[in-house]
Ligand binder design. Sequence first.
Ligand code: ADE
Ligand code: ZN
Length: 326
Amino acid sequence: MSHSSPARPLPKAELHLHIEGTLEPALAFALAERNGITLPYADEDALRRAYDFEDLQSFLDLYYALMAVLRTEDDFAELADAYLARAAAQGVRHAEIFFDPQAHTARGVPVGTVIEGLARALDEAEERHGISTRLILCFLRDESAESALATLEAARPYLHRVTAVGLDSAEVGHPPSKFREVYEKAHELGLRKVAHAGEEGPPSYVWEALDVLGVERVDHGLRCVEDPELVDRLVRDRMPLTLCPLSNVRLRAVDTLEKHPLPDMLRRGLMATVNSDDPAYFGGYADDNFTAVRDALRLGEEELRTLARNSFLAAFLDDEEERRAR
Ligand code: ADE
Ligand code: ZN
């Protein structure tokens, strides 16, 4: 049985969202025109037809290519404001937003342009959209450890705008331990720590994220279910997992949404949250993910409320901020 969406979506925090993954085709073409860039697609529909991914890498190839349209502070501010407007309509009250500085600095866009542009939209987010925000600077794990260290160094003048560091991009072959040093440095600088692990990579990458990097949340963590000892550890630590169900289907980490392990994960006591990852590419924003798992996995009201509550508990908010956001 399929339910209709409630009139008012459940208030929630979004903890796994790549701002570059919110670049909708219409904005991509508008920015391309503004910046004098020709995209290799005739129109928005042709671009959308390319969103047929086989795995994480096939998505990343398009994700990085389309970022060519993001060049100025205004572009980043517009991108973030567009996301925040959509998120607000989906019940998001707090958003912790990933960005990929190396994907921009490699194209000659300074890290300051990226952070100042995003921060401009985030500064207005409470007033315009009723959303509190945090920024999470991600290192690309398929780049070198030295490049990650240089990126953290280049971002030093802007770190007052950044709450945490993260680790993303092509996972297999790039274990978390490769980034031990930059995570230590980030910790010394007072930054919180998260990392993608166990999306396509094995459970051992989740262990490394915990024990080598000392993360406070695991992004995805989907493959932890293959390792009962790891599940026990995650349950014992009440370690939040930022799951992204529609992403998992589109990138073929699961065969179908009906086979997603989320209900089993909740039953086993894991602190699961539901998020949108790269919503412009994967067919849904935060509440679209909630609605999709509710329908495909027959989650009840209680489970949906647990997911929403977990999202606030797992956020980098103090108690008073958390109370206000809910
Ligand atoms: N960058 C953007 N989306 C990602 C994902 N789902 N996994 C790893 N890196 C990403
Ligand atoms: Zn992600």
